[in-house]
Design a protein. Structure first.
Length: 188
């Protein structure tokens, strides 16, 4: 059997980042989700690239995954899953404004938003957060690298302190945190 040192290196980076990530905010996020549910609100989730995939996965776990288990179903919506709306907003206005435009179509003050970003600097997500804050909606983020502007302006942020560009481990931990949120929700 051939030994690939990158396997152990990657695993060790993951363990190191996990140990440096403060997960105390998970309960706070669950409380926000509960408040959103009790107020008949919706949790909107947003992310670009790999984080887009993670947010879609989270929606499936929180909706169908909970429904088939007989658990409470919080409305969780990934606005980017409607590619017609996303591409129309991106083409007709701009990609930078697309997330905000989509939120303007649906979001109300009783809703909350969860944003995943490795860099914390995605302008389209920052603009969506700024709109949500205008509505006085609660903003949650899970960020990597330095946390960026998204980590600074979110009401609650779980920061995965990592080197800039270390996308793989950050995105793996973001998915894992989404699984933690799903598991915690199912125990309510």
């Amino acid at each position: 059997m051939i030994h690939y040192p990158t396997t152990e290196e990657y695993r060790n980076r993951m363990i190191d980042l996990y140990l440096k990530t403060d997960l105390d905010q998970v309960s706070t996020i669950i409380d926000i989700m509960r408040h959103t549910f009790e107020n008949d609100g919706t949790l909107y989730v947003l992310g670009n690239g790999g984080n887009y995939s993670t947010t879609s996965h989270f929606v499936a776990d929180m909706t169908i995954g909970n429904l088939i288990r007989g658990k409470k179903v919080l409305r969780v919506v990934n606005l980017f899953d409607n590619t017609s709306n996303l591409t129309a907003a991106s083409n007709d206005v701009s990609f930078i404004d697309s997330a905000e435009l989509l939120l303007r179509s649906y979001m109300t003050a009783k809703d909350s938003i969860l944003v995943l970003s490795a860099s914390g600097e995605s302008e389209n997500l920052i603009r969506a957060i700024q709109f949500a804050k205008q509505l006085q909606s609660t903003v949650i983020s899970i960020t990597g690298f330095s946390g960026g502007k998204i980590g600074e302006i979110a009401d609650v942020n779980i920061h995965i302190p990592s080197k800039s560009g270390d996308y793989g481990p950050v995105e793996d931990i973001q998915l894992s945190i989404c699984h933690m949120l799903t598991e915690a929700w199912r125990r309510l």
